[in-house]
Design a protein around this ligand. Sequence first.
Ligand code: ZN
Length: 271
Amino acid sequence: MTPWIALAIPLLIVAFLLYRRYARLRKRRALLATPLSPEQRAVVERLVPLVRRMPEPLRLTLEGKMNLFLDQITFRGQNDLEVSDEMRLSIAAQACLLIVNSPAWYNTLRNVLIYPSAFLTHRGTHDGHLVHDNNHATLGESWARGPVILSWDHALHGGLDAEDGHNVVIHEFAHQLDGLSGHTDGIPILRKGQAYAGWETAMLDAYHDHVDRLERGEYTLIDPYGATNHEEFFAEAIVTFFERPQALRREEPALYAQLAELLALDPATWA
Ligand SMILES: [Zn+2]
């Protein structure tokens, strides 16, 4: 091999890799800048009415992130379920609410598995990778580095009722957000400038208050399932943040402020 060929081959490889990276970034930027079609927007507004409360600029950002999400994720129907555009749009809209205004992204997620309704799972909770929600019949699961597994029945109804404090898609994607730090433990990657000490105090105070109330048999704003452990509390706190923001701000102002800073959102002020 002549010397110039020996030099040209590595240069060509570097040029190819740089071009591929450039093309990927360009595609990403284009997807983020693309709004949904009027038909898609109508489906989202019907199936995820929470979106209608968002300020207009945020809604447009959500549409771009949904396009990126829909491009990245493969939806796989289970038990003969045929995945429809309505399913993709409903799940994408709910999943992207969490990251609509923050730089966080579901980098490692490639697959969302959809069962028609609550599904039986034979996977144990002891293997360290599965964030459970593992009853006899399961509504959703989130695995570290993917996939997310959902019951369509519950994903649909969670999106349709934006105020009942239950949402399996937001819950499972809160686990995905939590897991971006490398551990699903209720401590996500905080925002630049967000002090860990403030986060820890707010979360632990609210968690212990939650557990104490349940032990006294009292009503809790955050779903009782949050008492399971710190990661389930984080997931249920995020559901409450979106579905009952004003009540959360009133009852747990420090927790609300930390979540608002983490997600760069203030849903208590939405219409
Ligand atoms: Zn969970």
